[in-house]
Each structure stands twice: as structure tokens, then as C-alpha cells.
Design a protein around this ligand. Structure first.
Ligand code: PLP
Length: 400
């Protein structure tokens, strides 16, 4: 019999492994049960009434109906919430749904939201088109902004959205400083924390109200899952809880189970994602066609000081800016020349990917001129990956 006293302090990498483990609800198995379900059986009318009232009063663990999550969900929520230091966590069917619901939960007609110009493209489009249709105004701001953010707040500003680093252009944001400004203006701050993962950055400890992830990426880790998560503090939970319950946003237990399974091995995977990224970056920086590599863990990256201050590690996604003035078709030849790197959207899976990237901007010009390739370093042998880059650059050099 081995008993884990929950009051024993554990480091995050250990909590990835043990998080959500509860022998009492898993029949002594190490993994939680996979409970699919809609109907919950009750003992009596009095029991139905008591449980419904407990739920209405805010008890999120009492079982009344599948829409609020089964024991499979509760186990994953416990694991994620402990990692992110939250009050409650919740799963959504996609990462994008986590982005959009983290905005919708807080706003009403006439309100205003602030989005970084580096934000994930579909989040940008949702705000500009869908939120606009409901009479909610968006202002984009320079992701590298400091105290000048203060001037962009209006009396109607409800949400400050952050994404650090941006998943195309990799600018780091001064998260605690910006979250403090939002707090002073009585707005909620929300961060898309997908790049850093719950392992390397705990936004709630830095004053942010909502941390969201595309669990599709490193948490799932195997490109077989679409899922999003929200972890919120006590201040944000009533609004988020209402949105999750009233919009009916439940994620299938099978998907939640896969995300929880992914979490257990995420630490080991991330170590190799980063090591491979650093091998590739070292090679890329030696090529005359490469202008810059965008990766905040690099000592000379403009975001390095913030990364070092706030984050305890780096994942394996980075940008490669090509030297301006290469012949037309050079970028396409580079990407098409790869055999091992897949050409596909997403990242955070075990496979390496390479795509052309087209950052959209409204207020802050892109911090570079050349064309951009985004690389997700997977878990293949690093020598094979470097050999594939050699092939790609040979294809690029053949373009005249
Ligand atoms: C992929 C991604 C999302 C959306 O996740 P999906 O599960 O694909 O909807 C959100 N934010 C970032 C930064 C992403 O890379």
C-alpha cells in the first residue's frame, strides 16, 4: 500500500504524473475510470432536490446530470487545476472554443475588449466579426506594450486578452504588469497559455484571472485530440461557470480521458521537444538565408528577459524569418522540400511540422520584414531532422 499525503509538497513535474489520482474513485487503478454518461441515478425525490440545490448553491462536484461532467472530467480538472493553481478548471470541445468562451463569458452589448495584435488568428476573427455583431468593440494593442496600455482602457472594457508568446510571431508580454492594469480597471484578464503549457507558466500566480489552453497541442500531444481548457480564479468562476453550464459546453469523456493521459507524459515529451528545437535552431542560425529565429528561450531574443523571469521552461514551437529579398518561391521550395517535416496545421504533437505563416496586423507592424516559416519540433531523431532541413535548404537554393 502506498499512500500519498496530499499535503506533501510536490514539484510540477511530479504533479503531472500524480495529478487527479484517486484510488477511492478508480477502484485502486492508477488511472481514473472512463465514465461516459448523461443520466445520474438518485435515491429519492428528496435526494434529487438536495443534489440540485447543492449544485445551484455552487457545489461543482455533486453529480446530477452528465452535462456537468463525469468522474473522468473531475479527475482531469483536479490534475489541471492543481498544476495551474486555479479555483476551478473546465474542458471545452476545442482550443478555439476556450478562446471564444473566455471572451463571451464576461461581455455584454456595448462592452469593449483588448486583444494583442499577435493573437491567434481565429481569436482575432471571432472578435472582429462575431463579437462585433453583438455590439462588442475590440481594440488591438501592441503585444510589447507596457504602462501605455492604461490609456486604451475605457469604462466599458471588460476583458484584457493576452497571448504570450504569440504563437506566430513569439513576442513575450509583461503578463503581471498588464494583468495588474486590467485589475485596476475592474476588467478580467485572460491568457492563451498554450505555448508555455501548464508546466512552464502559471498565469494565475501572476495576477491573471483565466488561463486557457488548446489541449489539442502539448497536453494531448499525439495529434488525435481536439480540446480546450479553462482554469480560472475564484473571481472569474461565477461568470465562466454560468457560460459553461448555460451554453451547454461539455466535452466527451473519451477526449477528457485522452487529455489526462497526455498530461502524465507531457513533461518528458516537452524536454525532447525543446532539445530538438534547440538543435534545429542552432543549425538554422548558421544558414545565410535565415535572418532571425523567433524563440524566447534564446539569450538574444527580445523577449528573453521576460521569459526568464516568468517561465520555467520552453516548448518546441518557433519561427524562422527568412532574409528579405530571396527569389519568389524560395519559401515554398523550402517547405515543399521537406520529407520528414509534415506540412500541416497545429503543433504540440509528436511529429515535426513546418508551415509558411502569415501574421495579420492591425496596430503594431510585424517586428521583421522577411517571410516567416513556423516549425514545430517533434520527437524524431535530431540528426534525421537536421538532415531534412539540409534537404529543404538545398531545394530553396535551387530556386533562382
Ligand atoms: C491551436 C491553437 C488554438 C486553438 O486550438 P484548436 O483546438 O485547434 O481549436 C488556440 N490558441 C493557440 C495559440 C493555438 O495554437
Amino acid at each position: 500500500m502506498n499512500k500519498d499525503d496530499p499535503s506533501t509538497p510536490r514539484r510540477p513535474a511530479t504533479r503531472l504524473v500524480t495529478g487527479g489520482r484517486d484510488r477511492a474513485t478508480s477502484f485502486d487503478y492508477v488511472n481514473p475510470p472512463l465514465v461516459r454518461g448523461s443520466t445520474v441515478l438518485h435515491d429519492s425525490v428528496a435526494d434529487m432536490k438536495a443534489r440540485s440545490q447543492a449544485r445551484l448553491a455552487g457545489d461543482d462536484e455533486v453529480a446530477t446530470y452528465g452535462i456537468y461532467g463525469t468522474p473522468t472530467h473531475q479527475a482531469f480538472y483536479a490534475a489541471l487545476n492543481a498544476l495551474e493553481g486555479g479555483y476551478r478548471s473546465w474542458a471545452l470541445p476545442t482550443g478555439l472554443a476556450a478562446c471564444t468562451m473566455a471572451l463571451l463569458a464576461f461581455v455584454r452589448t456595448g462592452d469593449h475588449v483588448l486583444l494583442p495584435d499577435s493573437v491567434y488568428g481565429p481569436t482575432r476573427r471571432f472578435s472582429r466579426q462575431t463579437l462585433a455583431r453583438f455590439g462588442i468593440d475590440t481594440t488591438f494593442y501592441d503585444p510589447c506594450i507596457g504602462d501605455e496600455l492604461e490609456q486604451l482602457f475605457r469604462p466599458t472594457t471588460r476583458v484584457l486578452f493576452l497571448e504570450s508568446p504569440g504563437s506566430l510571431t513569439f513576442e513575450m508580454q509583461d503578463v503581471p504588469r498588464l494583468a495588474a492594469i486590467a485589475r485596476r480597471h475592474d476588467a478580467f484578464s485572460v491568457i492563451d497559455n498554450t505555448w508555455a503549457t501548464p508546466l512552464f507558466f502559471q498565469p494565475l500566480a501572476h495576477g491573471v484571472d483565466v488561463s486557457l489552453h488548446a489541449a489539442t497541442k502539448y497536453i494531448g500531444g499525439h495529434s488525435d485530440l481536439l480540446m480546450g481548457t479553462l482554469t480560472v480564479n475564484e473571481r472569474a468562476w461565477p461568470a465562466v461557470r454560468e457560460a459553461m453550464h448555460f451554453y451547454g459546453l461539455t466535452t466527451a469523456a473519451d477526449d477528457v480521458y485522452l487529455a489526462h493521459r497526455g498530461l502524465h507524459s507531457m513533461g518528458a515529451r516537452l524536454a525532447l521537444h525543446r532539445a530538438n528545437a534547440e538543435r534545429l535552431i542552432a543549425w538554422l542560425r548558421g544558414q545565410p538565408e535565415v535572418e532571425r529565429v523567433l524563440y524566447p528561450a534564446l539569450a538574444d531574443d527580445p523577449g528573453h528577459a521576460l521569459w526568464k523571469r516568468d517561465m520555467s521552461g520552453a516548448s518546441g514551437l518557433f519561427g524562422v524569418v527568412l532574409r528579405p529579398g530571396l527569389p519568389a518561391g524560395a519559401l515554398e521550395a523550402l517547405v515543399d522540400g521537406a520529407q520528414l517535416f509534415g506540412r500541416g496545421y497545429s503543433w504540440g504533437g509528436y511529429e515535426s511540422l513546418m508551415i509558411p505563416a502569415f501574421p495579420e496586423r492591425t496596430v503594431a507592424p510585424c517586428p521583421f520584414e522577411g517571410r516567416l516559416v513556423r516549425i514545430a519540433a517533434g520527437l524524431e531523431d535530431a540528426d534525421d531532422l537536421v538532415a531534412d532541413l539540409e534537404r529543404s535548404f538545398a531545394a530553396l537554393r535551387a530556386v533562382r
